[in-house]
Write a protein that binds this ligand. Structure first.
Ligand code: KG4
Ligand code: ZN
Length: 336
């Protein structure tokens, strides 16, 4: 009915996803085929296995996305795809699929940055939201505080110097024997624990820095667990999980709110897998309420990897005049 239809592909890590978007912000379908159950047994994502499963799934997921949206290939106006950053072998499957759809249908092709995708997830559910605003991007591979200047450009104020926040959650969950992926498991069990039971160091780095360091806290938890075990004491997993989470979030919330205040932006937008964390949402909402800052975050299914967010970002990139050729590559590292 005259709407601009984007078919978007995401394959940067362990989710094969294809979405059909109307006019950028409306989801007609968003199929996410997760490989979590396969990678679980290895305690993390195995890149080779991820690539193979993307390859096995991509056509099926595409057909399912089209049929759920009530579309056929001939209704599609543009192809969007994640071109990086991520696992390069995994990205290449999505990029190759997107290129072949664009070539066969003679449609424009737009490659997008995965992080712009995560931030754009917010445009889907918050119809009034538009740049500029301050963003906290917090996922398994990335931790950034940024200023979203327009739909297509983002200025980084700070990032992690070692582990990403989600990576810290996953590693600590492994130390505590909780399983993979650790974020949702820690989120859940921490609700039953005392966040003040164990003190873990809060690493703020230099004064006024918006950078993060999360690798120390993983060692802190490991040392605590080993010390307790050696002393023959039983550890309370819920208490340790709650204390770890409190330490990570105290720093994260303080820095994100500090950035929003510095930029004089009265809107703070959360994005990435860890943005699904219930305690983070609650702490940020409480803190921002005091400061008169409005907080936005996507519903959990749009926080973790999905193609709808990529379709939204691709739509705005297309509107800004960006196009990619069939020589487009996939990039393990890609600057914002
Ligand atoms: O955005 P995402 O799907 O992939 C990347 O681009 O990295 O994020 C996955 C990360 C994992 O580390 C996972 O443990 C974490 O997000 N995560 C959470 C929660 N849900 C997912 N971390 C904390 N609390 C959650 N509820
Ligand atoms: Zn992601």
């Amino acid at each position: 009915d005259g709407k601009f239809i984007t078919l978007a592909v995401e394959s940067s890590c362990d989710e094969t996803s294809v979405a059909i978007m109307a006019d950028g912000r409306e989801i007609l379908s968003n199929i996410i085929s997760s490989q979590i159950d396969i990678h679980k047994q290895y305690g993390g994502v195995v890149p080779e296995i991820a690539s193979r499963h993307h390859l096995e799934n991509i056509n099926h997921v595409t057909n399912q996305a089209l049929s759920e949206a009530g579309c056929s290939f001939s209704d599609v106006d543009m192809i969007g795809v994640t071109k990086g950053p991520g696992l390069v072998g995994a990205l290449l499957i999505g990029v190759a699929a997107a290129k072949s759809y664009a070539a066969a249908l003679n449609l424009p092709l737009v490659g997008v940055h995965h992080i712009l995708g995560h931030i754009s997830a917010n445009f889907i559910e918050h119809k009034d939201l538009e740049p500029p605003f301050t963003a906290l991007v917090i996922s398994g591979g990335h931790t950034y505080i940024a200023e979203m200047e327009s739909y297509t450009s983002c200025r980084i104020l700070g990032s992690t110097r070692d582990d990403a926040a989600g990576e810290a959650y996953d590693k600590v969950a492994r130390v505590l024997g909780l399983g993979y992926p650790g974020g949702p498991l820690i989120d859940k069990i921490a609700k039953e624990g005392n966040p003040e039971a164990v003190h873990f160091k809060r690493v703020f780095l230099e004064k006024d820095s918006f950078d993060f360091s999360f690798s120390g806290i993983k060692t802190g938890v490991l040392n605590y667990v080993n010390t307790e075990k050696q002393a023959g004491r039983e550890i309370n997993v819920a208490d340790v999980a709650a204390s770890f989470q409190q330490a990570v979030l105290d720093v994260t919330v303080a820095k994100a709110v500090g950035a929003a205040e510095l930029l004089k932006k009265d809107r703070l937008v959360l994005a990435g897998g860890v943005a699904a964390n219930s305690k983070l949402r609650q702490m940020l909402s409480d803190e921002c309420k005091k400061k008169g800052i409005k907080v936005y975050y996507p519903s959990p299914v749009l926080c973790t990897d999905n193609a709808a967010m990529i379709g939204c970002a691709a739509y705005y990139s297309y509107k800004a005049g960006n196009r990619d050729g069939l020589d487009m590559d996939a990039y393990a590292d890609l600057p914002l």
